[in-house]
Design a protein around this ligand. Structure first.
Ligand SMILES: Nc1ncnc2c1ncn2[C@@H]1O[C@H](COP(=O)(O)OP(=O)(O)OP(=O)(O)O)[C@@H](O)[C@H]1O
Length: 204
């Protein structure tokens, strides 16, 4: 899987968020998109997931042949602060719902996803009663344990405590291999394993 950007820029009204970004993202690599609050990390992630179109330049997605941007969502798993879980579902229900649309990563099923989460006792609890850390773990586990070639994580450790950070690193070690992983972050603990870094400030 490859995402190629050729002189890509995105603006909102007259404000350019980034410009002249030419690079490639490919399977087997992990990329950190870095910059302070408001610099444009989430905007770039939205362009890379195909949910925002570039204001200039071209983006293409290829896996043997070119994948139309309208279909790229099938290849992507995403966890981000702006993506909400359905609050009225229980954990079991949200897992069943999510995996109606995509497949489990090899070796994972609903039962051991709950045990990866360490939330056996909350399996029948509604998401609205979850703590913010439990919700964040659920979002991360759903994304990481889905069988897609591309994994996007925006601010992956928000609301996680020290134990949660270690859990996140283990999750990435187990489920990040042989994928294209892209992380939007401004915290070193979230992206220290990434072998490429992109500073949004370099594309202003
Ligand atoms: N839909 C929109 N319309 C207008 N401006 C927007 C829109 N979305 C984002 N912006 C602006 O784009 C800039 C970059 O925002 P973005 O959310 O991409 O930054 P970020 O680096 O992800 O920030 P944070 O670290 O705080 O999440 C900000 O100035 C923001 O106000």
């Amino acid at each position: 899987m490859k995402i190629s950007l050729n002189n890509v820029g995105r603006r909102f009204n007259k404000e350019w968020i980034f410009r002249n970004l030419s690079t490639e993202f490919s399977t087997g690599n992990s990329y950190a998109i870095l910059g302070p609050n408001g610099s444009g990390k989430s905007t770039l992630l939205s362009v890379l997931t195909g949910s925002l179109s570039p204001s200039e330049g071209e983006i293409s997605f290829t896996q043997n042949t070119e994948i139309p941007v309208d279909n790229i969502y099938r290849y992507i798993s995403l966890a981000a602060p702006y993506l909400e879980l359905v609050e009225t579902f229980s954990l079991k229900e949200i897992i069943n719902f999510h995996f109606k649309f995509k497949n489990f990563a090899p070796g994972v099923d609903a039962k051991n996803l709950i045990s990866i989460l360490g939330l056996e006792k909350a399996a029948n609890k509604e998401i609205k009663y979850f703590s913010s850390g439990m919700k964040q773990r659920t979002k991360l586990a759903l994304a990481c344990c889905t069988d897609t070639p591309i994994l996007f994580l925006d601010e992956p450790t928000s609301n996680l405590d020290v134990q949660g950070m270690n859990w996140y690193r283990e999750l990435i070690e187990n489920f990040g291999k042989d994928r294209l992983t892209i992380i939007g972050s401004n915290q070193i603990q979230e992206y220290e394993f990434c072998n490429h870094q992109i500073q949004i400030a370099d594309y202003k």
